[in-house]
Design a protein around this ligand. Structure first.
Ligand SMILES: [Zn+2]
Length: 193
């Protein structure tokens, strides 16, 4: 597959390329299968709509390789296109690797409203492995765990920073489970990577 010259970073609704604006607008209805309040564009997963050699192409980049929701996202994009009578191929591109820095500010506030503490902006690190090799289990080096100290994360329910990490691995490998010591609500923290 040819290497695409794709933009890096968040893609805001008013920045999408005009020739295919209708397709971008159509795909606003496709949300992250794990976070149904955030669109694939807002998550930074929808990367490009472009004219390819054999017609229209929609390019998506998974949040991490081996992401179990990847097939679902591709199917959802295809279904939304088909429903609107748009013929396009859906391409999955792994490089450059997705980063939490690609989430739009809207995605962060929607995550918080949904009860998930979003990663801080510009904080991408290697907290989650994102190898381009097909892997089913995200592996962490033991020395990284030994040095690890949980960051201070504000509670998405009440805003208190009096929170504690109860599990480094929450509902998915890329989230940690926290508990607020003020309102006592448990919540997921989307780790930056
Ligand atoms: Zn709280």
């Amino acid at each position: 597959m040819q290497t695409l010259n794709l933009p890096s970073g968040p893609i805001e609704a008013d920045q999408v390329d005009q020739p295919h604006h209708a397709v971008w607008a159509l795909l606003e209805s496709v949300t992250d299968p794990e976070i149904p309040v955030v669109s694939l564009r807002e998550m930074g997963i929808l990367r490009a709509v472009r004219e390819g050699s054999s017609g229209l192409e929609v390019v998506i980049t998974p949040t991490y390789s081996g992401c179990p929701a990847m097939g679902q996202m591709e199917d959802d994009v295809k279904a939304a296109l088909a429903k609107a009578g748009v013929e396009a191929r859906v391409l999955t591109q792994l490089a450059p690797a997705w980063s939490t820095d690609w989430m739009t500010p809207d995605a962060r506030s929607k995550l918080r409203a949904y009860g998930i503490a979003p990663p801080p902006e510009g904080s991408a690190s290697s907290a989650c492995a994102h190898s381009t090799e097909p892997i089913n289990v995200v592996q962490f080096a033991p020395q990284k765990i030994a040095r690890y100290t949980a960051p201070t994360v504000a509670c998405p329910q009440c805003g208190s920073e009096n929170t504690t990490e109860t599990s480094h691995f929450g509902s998915t490998a890329c989230k940690a489970l926290y508990k607020c010591l003020d309102c006592l609500e448990p919540f997921d923290y989307f780790k930056p990577y």
